[in-house]
Write a protein that binds this ligand. Structure first.
Ligand code: HEM
Ligand code: HEM
Ligand SMILES: [Fe+2]
Length: 446
C-alpha cells in the first residue's frame, strides 16, 4: 500500500542532489587551491570554501534524511502525512535557510566554529524549520495505525538530532567550554543519533529488499541502538584529550571510543546476513547494492579509520591533520551519503513509475563513485601521514609542510574526478526518472 503524501519526499531528494553537486564544486575549489591554482582566492578563500563544503554536506544529508522520513513514516504508520502543505512550507524554508547561510559565508558572515559556522540568529530559523518537520513526522506516526520499531528508531534519531543542536547555540567566552559543547553536536550527531537514523533507514530497506521477517530485522536494530549508545556517548571523550579539560577523559574517551566500531560492525554484519537470508528476489538490485554498500563502507570509514586515530597516544600526533580529513570523507560517505543514495534508489522508481535500475548507468554510478571515494581516502591518508611526520615529528614549519604534500592533492583531484563522474551519472538517472505521480505509486513493487 502506498500513500499519496509520500510524493513530498521526491522534492527533498531533489534538493539533496542539487546541494551534493554544489558541495563537490567547493571540494574542487579547495583541491585546486592546494596545488597552487588558487585563482578564485579573492572571491572564495580556502576557509570560506571549507565551511561551504562541509555545511552543504550537512544540509544535503539532512534534506535526504527528511525525504527518507517523509517516504518511510506514512508507509510504516499506514496513514497519509498530517499535512502535505506544511511539508512543502518546510521544504522551501529549509532551502531558503541553506541559501542565506551559504551566500552569507561569502560575505564573511559566519561563526568560526568548524561545522557550526552558521551565525546564531540563523540558528533560530533552523530550529523553527526542524520543529515543523518533527511535528509533521511525529504527529503522523502517533495518529497512524502502526508504530513499528523501525519508524520509532528513525524518529527518535531525528528528534534527538534536533535536541542536540541546542547545546551548540549556547554562547561561551571560554574557548575550552565552547569546544566542549561543540562536540555534543558534532560528535553526538555522527557517532550517536545519526546512527539511529541510519539504522532506521537500513532496517526499512532490508525489510523491503530482502523479504526477511520484520521481527528478525528489528531485533538487530535493538542491538545496534544498544551498542551505539554504550560506546558513542562516553566516546565523546576522544575529542577531550588535550583541549584543557580533566585528564580522566584520556581513559574514558580512549576506552569507549575504541568500542564504537562495534556498532558499525554490527550494522555491516546485519546487512550482509539479511541479504544472505533473504529469499525474495526484489528487482531493484541497485538499491540493494547501495544498502549493503552503506553498511560495509561505513564500517571501514567510520569504524576502522576512526579507530586508527582514536587512542590518545595516536591522536596526540594526528589531531587536526589530513588524517582527520581522510577519515571524515570515507565515514561521511559510507554511513550517511550512501544510505541517502540507497533510499533514493529504492524510492525513486516507486514514486515515478520509471524503473531505471536495470540500466548500466546506475551501476556505473555506484562503482565509479565508490572507487573514486576510496582513492580520495588513500590520497588524504598518504598526505596526512606525511604531514604528521614532517610537522609533528620533525618539527617542520606548517606552511612548508603544506607545500611538501601538495603533490598528493594532484592524486586527490584525479580520484575526485572519478568520484564526480559517478555522482553526475547518479544525478542524470535521478533526472531521467521524471516527476512523482499517483499512478506510479499504486504500482509499487513491494
Ligand atoms: C559515521 C560516523 C562518523 C563520521 C561521519 C565521522 C566524521 C568525523 C569528522 C568529520 C571529524 C572531524 C571533526 C572536526 O574536527 O570537527 C571526525 C573526527 C574524529 N573521529 Fe570520526 N566520524 C565517525 C565515526 C567515528 C568513529 C566510530 C570513531 C572512532 C572509533 C571516530 C574517531 C574520530 C576521532 C578520534 C576524531 C578526531 C580527529 C582529530 O583529533 O582531529 N569517528 N570524525
Ligand atoms: C570531488 C569531491 C571532493 C573534493 C575534491 C573534496 C576535497 C576536500 C578538501 C580539499 C577538504 C579540506 C581538507 C583540508 O582541510 O585541507 C575537504 C574537507 C571535507 N570534505 Fe571533502 N571533498 C570532496 C567531496 C566530499 C564528499 C562527497 C564528502 C562527504 C561525503 C566530503 C566530506 C568532507 C568533510 C567531512 C571535510 C572536513 C574534513 C575535516 O574535518 O578534516 N567531501 N574536502
Ligand atoms: Fe567523535
Amino acid at each position: 500500500m502506498k500513500y499519496k503524501s509520500q510524493k513530498v519526499a521526491y522534492w527533498f531528494f531533489a534538493l539533496s542532489m542539487l546541494l551534493l553537486v554544489l558541495q563537490i564544486v567547493y571540494g574542487f575549489v579547495m583541491g585546486f587551491a592546494r596545488i597552487g591554482l588558487d585563482n578564485l582566492h579573492d572571491f572564495i578563500p580556502f576557509n570560506t570554501a571549507r565551511a561551504v563544503h562541509t555545511n552543504l554536506l550537512v544540509v544535503w544529508l539532512l534534506s535526504g534524511f527528511m525525504g527518507a522520513a517523509y517516504y518511510i513514516i506514512p508507509e510504516e504508520a499506514q496513514r497519509e502525512l498530517v499535512s502535505v502543505k506544511l511539508a512543502y512550507v518546510q521544504l522551501i524554508s529549509l532551502a531558503v535557510v541553506g541559501v542565506v547561510a551559504i551566500v552569507g559565508y561569502h560575505f564573511n558572515y559566519w561563526e568560526g566554529r568548524k561545522f557550526l559556522e552558521i551565525p546564531r540568529p540563523l540558528d533560530f530559523l533552523v530550529v523553527a524549520n526542524v520543529l515543523l518537520f518533527l511535528g509533521l513526522i511525529l504527529v503522523t506516526l502517533f495518529k497512524g495505525k502502526r508504530r513499528t520499531t523501525t519508524a520509532l528508531v528513525l524518529s527518535m534519531g531525528l528528534l534527538f538530532a534536533a535536541l542536540l543542536y541546542l547545546p551548540g547555540m549556547l554562547p561561551f567566552d571560554s574557548q575550552v567550554t565552547d569546544s566542549f559543547f561543540r562536540w555534543w553536536v558534532v560528535h553526538l550527531w555522527v557517532e550517536g543519533v545519526w546512527e539511529l537514523i541510519m539504522g532506521g533507514i537500513l532496517s526499512f530497506l532490508l525489510i523491503k529488499l530482502t523479504g526477511v521477517d520484520r521481527e528478525v530485522i528489528e531485533k538487530w536494530l535493538y542491538v545496534i541502538v544498544g551498542l551505539t549508545f554504550l560506546s558513542g556517548v562516553l566516546g565523546t571523550g576522544h575529542h577531550y584529550y588535550y583541549i584543557g579539560v580533566n585528564k580522566i577523559w584520556l581513559i574514558v574517551g580512549g576506552i569507549f571510543s575504541a568500542l564504537e566500531p562495534l556498532a558499525f560492525l554490527a550494522m555491516a554484519l546485519f546487512a550482509v546476513n539479511m541479504y544472505r537470508k533473504g529469499e525474495k528476489k526484489h528487482p531493484n538490485k541497485l538499491a540493494l547494492y547501495w544498502t549493503l554498500g552503506a553498511a560495509i563502507v561505513s564500517f571501514v570509514g567510520a569504524g576502522l579509520l576512526g579507530f586508527a586515530h582514536t587512542l590518545p597516544q595516536t591522536n596526540l600526533y594526528t589531531h587536526g591533520t589530513l588524517v582527520t580529513a581522510m577519515h571524515g570523507h570515507l565515514a561521511f560517505w559510507g554511513a550517511y551519503g550512501m544510505i541517502v543514495l540507497a533510499i533514493i534508489s529504492y524510492a525513486l522508481p516507486n514514486l515515478t513509475g520509471r524503473k531505471l535500475y536495470q540500466s548500466t548507468r546506475g551501476r556505473a554510478a555506484y562503482w565509479l563513485s565508490n572507487i573514486g571515494m576510496i582513492g580520495m581516502t588513500v590520497a588524504f591518508g598518504v598526505a596526512g601521514v606525511a604531514q604528521v611526520y614532517l610537522e609533528r615529528k620533525f618539527g617542520m614549519d606548517f606552511m612548508q609542510v603544506q607545500g611538501e604534500i601538495s603533490v598528493h592533492f594532484v592524486v586527490l583531484i584525479l580520484c575526485a574526478t572519478i568520484f564526480t563522474t559517478g555522482i553526475v551519472l547518479y544525478v542524470i538517472d535521478f533526472y531521467k526518472h521524471g516527476k512523482p505521480n499517483d499512478e506510479a505509486l499504486e504500482q509499487t513493487i513491494d
